[in-house]
Design a protein around this ligand. Structure first.
Ligand code: F6R
Length: 259
């Protein structure tokens, strides 16, 4: 894992956008997109580059990570709606190239299999943007998720339901069940960007990066991946034991070495 500690969330957003832009400029790209608050700064920066600098997504595809079960696709809280509202409708992504799980599918097990096949048909995901839950979840893989899991139904913890209540009219409206890419599905992506912002994520980031590889912290499964970049602000880095080493490594990073 390469741990990159930036002074603030704006710098994290710019580095995330740099990595995505670099991949887009190589040609066809499949981007994995997290929803939630964490990636919003990066999405805004990518929208700015599209509008002011001509960065194009016309040849890219996007795959969201997860979806609430039981919400119709047009529901304002569905991640299918959120990713369009917050990002893809503001750039030149063709709508048909923005893929998501259907939380209203009559057969969620078949829907999970369809999604795995769609990712494979796109040639796999090139760059996967990930946020992290306060309990260490990525996607909606809650603690004790199998490190070998594929896309499937999961039950949210009460903590995650509370954390996400801000996106719904009332706390009891947050669904209990979700469809999510599994931990092994996520690790199939070629480059993983794990973003942590703010003090509330400090403990989860420390467990993911420096804790034991354990289902108790699903994000720790990224330690198995050969190309994970962890992008954090000062507050989210505050519990890292080896912080000085990460800062030293970044200061010594050769100009020729990309993220
Ligand atoms: C959502 C997702 C989740 C979030 C996590 C953090 O698609 O994958 O794992 O990244 O719940 O949420 P925020 O960014 O809102 O703190």
């Amino acid at each position: 894992m390469e741990v990159v500690i930036h002074p603030d969330s704006g710098a994290v957003a710019r580095t995330t956008a740099d990595i995505v832009q670099g991949r887009l400029e190589q040609g066809h790209a499949a981007l994995g997109l997290a929803t939630g608050s964490t990636p919003l700064g990066a999405y805004r920066e990518l929208i700015r580059r599209h509008r002011q600098e001509g960065l194009s997504f016309a040849r890219a595809q996007a795959f969201t990570l997860d979806e609430y079960l039981g919400l119709p696709p047009e529901h304002l809280g569905s991640y299918r709606s959120v990713i369009r509202r917050e990002f893809t409708d503001s750039v030149d992504f063709p709508d048909r190239a923005v893929h998501s799980l259907d939380g209203h599918a009559p057969d969620p097990v078949a829907e999970a299999a369809r999604y795995e096949a769609a990712i494979a048909a796109a040639g796999g995901i090139d760059v996967q943007i990930l946020g992290i839950g306060t309990d260490g979840h990525i996607g909606f893989n809650e603690p004790m998720s199998s490190l070998a899991s594929r896309t499937r139904i999961k039950t949210l913890t009460e903590q995650t339901r509370r954390d996400n209540a801000r996106f719904f009219p009332a706390p009891e409206d947050v669904p209990h069940h979700v469809l999510t890419q599994g931990l092994a599905t996520i690790r199939d992506a070629r480059h993983l960007l794990l973003i942590g912002l703010g003090e509330a994520k400090a403990e989860a980031i420390a467990a993911a990066v420096e804790g034991p590889l354990a289902a108790a912290c699903p994000a720790s499964s990224l330690q198995l991946h050969p190309h994970t970049t962890v992008l954090v602000d000062q507050a989210a880095a505050s519990r890292l034991q080896h912080r000085e080493y990460y800062e030293y490594t970044l200061a010594q990073k050769p100009d020729w070495q990309a993220y």
